[in-house]
Design a protein around this ligand. Structure first.
Ligand code: PHE
Length: 448
């Protein structure tokens, strides 16, 4: 077998893993959840769970991946000591691959919308009103073309491999994303109404903390760190044994949460700035507007009210959304592609186009039955499957993988780990606390 590709450097891995984590989940999901869960109290709970639950689960995926140096299915089989546990490994792996693919199927649709709004901000600049109208109205043809273009971009990057595809594009796109984000915040914070938004975002009202808020915060942390479906596992498998895993995992968690926080700093004040400009920001039930309306109605009306600079700000914002989506979607596609290209005779290129094509068809089917399938697929993948897979992966690391082998895998690249708090806490923590906590969330979300 040809030698397996790796990330060329620490930075390459961090950019790629942070690129996977930072996506619509941060810039759209997090502010939206914050708005519908009463502001700062949600923000605090989210940070608590991101570090106390999602980070340990992220470490579980990274350590399996780097140790086994393989796709999710082969990696889990590799660390399983017996026939039944290998079977369980195959089951979890295949389930993860299917869920990662289905996440891409709906994510590609939403990312497509970001691209149509990006297109509309360009046509607005030239005052091509009909084109803008078409680009911003919901229709099957528009949706499928936009999703198709986005899928082709995702496929093209993944077909080029780890260093030439994932690493190269993540290291180019991520700094751009951060620059655009900061520029937008600086602008929004100088506008009327921003202060009120900042208050909602930063001053907690603890009476808002309810079980449903904790549930939402946990789900959000899981989705945002791309956990459960093998994305981080496979990225870990391209990481050298010389690298310090707990440290890199912590950097990725910090970057992801940091960007979510900064995105909130942009979006929540922007909602109030939009109100100051006369846009209604409350839904019929009296809560702050959220969901698609936030990005596709409140923000565009804010951009419109900015006068001459508006279309440029809109352009920057939707470029930001498209970049963030792309560095995430490539990590989803890598999950099935790594399995197919390692376990069949297909070349990476063939596997990528074939699997990308199948996922395109799934997206098209969702678009054709939008009312029925769109939220169904989102719920099946993010609400139910991601937490369940998270439990299974923690159980795999904590209970099935031979403990000495696990500890050795963890130590590689971190010479002083045995003196650290991480070393004392994490192995026990991931065995008992993580599965129980995730399971509790999961049961909660079933019984509603
Ligand atoms: N973390 C990504 C986001 O926040 C979504 C994602 C989920 C990516 C699962 C990969 C796997 O948008």
């Amino acid at each position: 077998m040809a030698s397996r590709e790796q990330f060329s450097s620490k930075t390459g891995f961090v950019m790629a893993a942070a690129g996977s984590a930072i996506g619509l989940g941060n810039i759209w999901g997090f502010p939206t959840q914050t708005a519908s869960n009463g502001g700062a109290a949600f923000v605090m709970m989210y940070f608590l769970l991101a570090f106390c639950l999602a980070y340990p689960a992220l470490m579980a995926e990274l350590v399996i991946g780097r140790h086994a140096r393989a796709n999710i299915v082969t990696a889990l089989r590799h660390v399983a000591p017996s026939k039944p546990t290998r079977f369980l490994g195959t089951f979890i792996g295949v389930y993860g691959v299917i869920v990662a693919s289905l996440i891409l199927a709906f994510y590609g649709i939403v990312a497509g919308w970001m691209m149509t709004y990006l297109g509309a901000s360009i046509t607005d600049l030239f005052q091509w009103n009909e084109a803008s109208q078409w680009l911003t109205s919901f229709g099957f043809t528009r949706n499928i073309i936009a999703m198709g273009i986005f899928m082709v971009l995702t496929i093209a990057i993944i077909a080029s491999g780890i260093q030439g595809g994932i690493e190269r594009w993540s290291t180019r796109l991520m700094p751009m994303l951060m620059l655009i984000l900061v520029a937008l915040i600086l602008y929004v914070l100088t506008q009327d109404g921003a202060k009120e938004g900042l208050k909602v975002y930063l001053i907690p009202d603890f009476s808002q903390i309810k079980p449903s808020l904790i549930l939402d915060a946990m789900g959000q942390a899981f989705f945002s760190l791309s956990l459960g479906v093998g994305t981080m596992l496979v990225y870990g498998s391209y990481l050298s044994d010389k690298e310090d895993l707990p440290k890199l995992g912590a950097i990725v968690t910090l970057t992801d949460s940091g960007i979510a926080f900064i995105a909130g700093l942009l979006i929540i004040p922007a909602i109030y700035v939009a109100q100051a400009h006369g846009t209604s920001i409350f839904s019929e039930s009296g809560t702050l507007i959220a969901g698609p309306d936030l990005i596709f109605q409140v923000l565009p009306s804010l951009f419109n009210s900015m006068g001459g600079i508006g279309p440029y700000v809109a352009l920057a914002f939707f470029i930001l959304m498209t970049i963030a989506s792309l560095t995430s979607s490539i990590s989803m596609l890598e999950v099935p592609v790594s399995l197919a290209s390692e376990e069949t005779n297909a070349t990476r290129r063939q596997a990528t186009w074939l699997i990308g094509g199948v996922i395109f068809v799934c997206s098209a089917l969702i678009l054709l039955n939008f009312e029925l399938l769109f939220t169904l697929v989102i719920d099946f993948t993010t609400v139910y499957s991601q937490p369940l897979l998270g439990v299974l992966l923690c159980v795999f690391v904590g209970w099935i993988w031979h403990r000495n082998s696990l500890l050795n895998a963890l130590k590689a690249g971190s010479p002083h780990l045995e003196q650290s708090l991480f070393w004392k806490i994490w192995p026990v923590y991931v065995k008992f606390f993580c599965p129980l906590l995730i399971l509790a969330t999961f049961i909660q979300s079933i019984i509603g």
